[in-house]
Design a binder for this molecule. Structure first.
Ligand code: SAH
Ligand code: SF4
Length: 360
């Protein structure tokens, strides 16, 4: 461990212990700091009541503790909450809290985290893709989203905690592999959030080396692949990355992933008028034959400036039947937070448009 002012949110318990030893503090301080930050949601050194002021000052001399700041929080009619966070350098990212009802007895509380500011992949229907790539998030900025949401929610609900994580927010996690994996490992730690890898799912636009790396580095984690189409000609126009990793290469990697991990994959299809056809269903069935897979159909969320249009409900249902008839399992995913622009990158886009109009 070296370097000035490391972000405490991006360090494991073992690393914090090492920092303490280097700073001349007892090893158990590392565990205390880790618990304060990762489990108890301390937003300030002063919150750490069992650590002496002198030791807190020494730690603050080496480590930065700064959670992403909630700039906007929107609550949907269905309870989905969307957070727009401002980072230390002024960039903004989004996190989305789903399924939260406050009923602890049956609550599964899912949080969707961002991995990058913007995205280089540039999918046609995606608001994040439309803004281009700005930068990677650090591991501390990834865990920090969860810590900041937790701190915010605990103001009204002292027992709040997220039970499930999906890495499906802004950006392509597999283009920020090391920080994404580091963040997942930290959130998995027993004395922190203790969220099992089986309760985490990562979504990729189809970065093949990342799929194989995940199989090795985090075989327990769920994998979702944003397929969107069953033919290269259509997928090329929706997900430009398809030119680099075309469907045959991508589905080979998925088969390899299933073989190595013994796990079923999820395929996501943002349904558009062009993709919800009988011909596409046939192509998908041929492509996925024999693969342990579940297909999530998500009628595309309309995004300003995008040409992707959502199909009618009847068309979406017919598409699902065309898949199940061919032996695939598919569900039309209930939409979450449509009224608050919950699709990836939409809130930031709207906020920026609003700022621009205000300033002009
Ligand atoms: N970059 C990764 C993860 C973030 S995007 C990926 O592409 O998989 C998470 C999911 O949201 C992807 O399946 C993506 O296709 C979907 N998505 C993005 N914009 C959408 C929109 N406007 N409507 C519906 N789904 C959308
Ligand atoms: Fe990037 Fe995913 Fe959006 Fe495509 S859908 S532009 S990969 S964030």
């Amino acid at each position: 461990m070296s370097g000035d002012h490391m972000d405490v949110c991006g360090l494991s318990e073992a690393e914090l212990t090492a920092v303490c030893l280097e700073t001349g503090l007892p090893a158990y301080r590392g565990r205390q700091v880790f618990e304060w930050v990762q489990r108890l949601g301390a937003a300030d050194w002063a919150d750490m009541k069992n650590i002496s002021r002198a030791d807190r000052e020494k730690l603050a001399g080496r480590l930065t503790l700064r959670l992403p700041a909630p700039e906007r929080v929107r609550v949907s009619r269905d309870g989905t909450r969307k957070f727009l966070f401002r980072l230390a350098d002024g960039e903004t990212i989004e996190s989305v809290l789903m399924d939260y009802s406050g009923d602890r007895s049956r609550d599964r509380v899912t949080l969707c985290l961002s991995a990058q500011v913007g995205c280089a992949v540039g999918c046609r229907f995606c608001a994040t893709g439309r803004m281009g790539f700005r930068r990677d998030l650090s591991a501390g900025e990834i865990t920090g989203q969860l810590l900041a949401v937790t701190a915010y929610m605990r103001r009204a609900d002292a027992d709040f905690r997220a039970t499930n994580l999906v890495f499906m927010g802004m950006g392509e996690p597999f283009y920020n592999m090391e920080s994404f994996l580091r963040a997942a490992r930290i959130l998995n730690e027993e004395r922190g959030q203790n969220i099992g890898a089986r309760r985490m799912t990562v979504s990729t636009a189809g970065v093949v080396p990342g799929i194989l790396r995940l199989a090795e580095a985090a075989p327990q984690m769920g994998l979702a692949v944003s397929l969107h189409a069953g033919t290269d000609d259509l997928r090329d126009t929706l997900v430009p990355l398809n030119r680099k990793y075309p469907l045959a290469v991508l589905t080979d990697a998925c088969r390899e992933y299933a073989r190595r991990t013994g796990r079923r994959l999820t395929f996501e299809i943002a349904l558009t008028r062009e993709s919800a056809t009988e011909a596409q269903a046939r192509a998908l069935a041929a492509l996925l034959r024999g693969m342990p897979a579940h297909i999530n159909l998500i009628p595309v969320n309309p995004v300003a400036g995008s040409t992707a249009e959502r199909p009618t409900a009847a068309r979406a249902a017919a598409f699902r039947r065309a898949l199940t008839k061919r032996g695939l399992t598919a569900t039309i995913r209930a939409e979450k937070g449509v009224d608050i622009e919950a699709a990836c990158g939409q809130l930031r886009q709207e906020f920026n448009d609003f700022q621009r109009n205000k300033n002009s």
